[in-house]
Design a protein around this ligand. Structure first.
Ligand SMILES: Cc1ncc(COP(=O)(O)O)c(C=O)c1O
Length: 361
């Protein structure tokens, strides 16, 4: 069977060498005689797998000794409430409302304290992220500032880390995790669902600071307490062992095959610039967001005609380019170019956009 080009926003394309190794590991991991999805999470074998994944993420993001990498379940969305439930405790949090997921995260936080919206592009259809000077001050005493580094639905991305003032910096990095060099040690809290840049769905990477644990709510149910998850190395219950294995392999691919985050960034820039150049070439295609906020991961665009957009993604799918339909809440078109996206897929998309324009322009 020939594989088609996959532009899905997640679960998304994975690197071929990782899929090949995983295929073999499902039958037998190393020379253990066991398939990777069949061995106990309490075994020395799996302890090696989770430890390696943790170490690779720590290295790639330059985390410091206070930061702990966890592999939790419930998706990135569970972190929308788990984080404020632990740390907000009636206090004030600052949110940057730059997209659908940021909006939902803020709504969950409001259950545990006061939410101050320091920037919102919601009224304009989340068409941009703030420039550094545009974030209103939350005054003194905010517990944390939360932002979404890449807005998967709208197709916008922060190119700089916002200034959190004296507050803890918290970030939903789900859709651009490990896609560019970043100083991870600047963050107090990071989370990312795996199914975009990291692996299969079912596991969420969470990075917390040990030094913050004493101020967290000790009355929460055990599964919701970061302190307990840290104490038990993400194994308070049975973790998503297979997903953690794939995350480790994806990180290995980044480190050993792609030249780390600098290497993958340059590929991500090239691929996204090719699609944006095609969008800007004649005016037939329209980008959906402000140019300065354009995402390298999720390129959103439209012909300006809903029926033509539908014709585009359905005929693209028939021609072997899948997943180009925009999110149901916004319509239009979206090409997701996560780390594992191939240059061949990008070439094929550019060619298809051009041919479509010739026929319909
Ligand atoms: C930026 C962002 N945050 C959170 C989520 C929710 O992730 P999950 O489905 O893992 O809960 C998504 C899903 O697409 C997302 O793109």
């Amino acid at each position: 069977m020939a594989r088609i080009h996959n532009f899905s926003a997640g679960p998304a394309v994975l690197p071929e060498p990782v899929l090949r190794r995983t295929q073999a590991a499902l039958w037998e991991y190393g020379d253990s005689g066991l398939g990777i999805a069949e061995c106990s999470h309490r075994s020395a074998l799996f302890e090696g797998v989770i430890q390696a994944a943790r170490e690779r993420i720590t290295r790639l993001l330059h985390l410091d000794e206070d930061q702990v990498v966890l592999f939790l379940q419930g998706g990135a969305r569970s972190q929308f409430y788990m984080w404020p439930a632990n740390v907000l405790r009636g206090g004030r949090a600052v949110y940057l409302n730059t997209g659908r997921w940021a909006d939902l995260a803020a709504a969950d936080a409001a259950r545990y304290g006061t939410v101050h919206t320091a920037f919102s592009s919601k009224e304009a259809g989340w068409d941009r992220v703030p420039s550094p000077g545009e974030i209103s001050s939350a005054g003194d005493g905010a517990v944390y500032l939360h932002y979404t580094s890449n807005n998967t639905v709208a197709g916008t991305e922060f190119s700089q880390i916002p200034d959190a003032g004296g507050a803890i910096l918290a970030c939903d990095m789900s859709s651009n995790f490990l896609s560019r060099p970043i100083d991870g040690s600047r963050f107090g809290f990071v989370y990312a669902g795996a199914q975009k840049n990291l692996g299969p769905s079912g596991v969420t990477v969470v990075i917390v600071r040990r030094s913050l644990l004493p101020r967290m709510d000790p009355e929460l149910p055990a599964m919701l307490q970061y302190a307990k998850q840290v104490e038990r190395d993400s194994m308070l219950n049975t973790p998503c062992t297979f997903g953690i294995y794939v995350i480790g392999e994806v990180c290995r691919w980044l480190e050993e095959d792609m030249g780390g985050l600098r290497g993958i960034e340059s590929r991500n820039i090239k691929q996204s610039e090719r699609i944006y150049a095609e969008i800007d070439r004649t005016g037939f295609w329209k980008g959906k967001v402000a140019r300065s906020s354009r995402s390298r991961m999720n390129v959103t665009f439209s012909s300006g005609d809903a029926a033509l957009d539908t014709a585009f993604h359905t005929s693209a799918a028939a021609g072997g380019l899948s997943g180009l339909k925009g999110h149901s809440s916004v319509g239009g078109l979206r090409a997701s170019l996560y780390n594992a996206q191939t240059d061949e897929a990008v070439d094929a998309l550019v060619e298809f956009m051009r041919a479509f324009e010739q026929t319909h322009g």
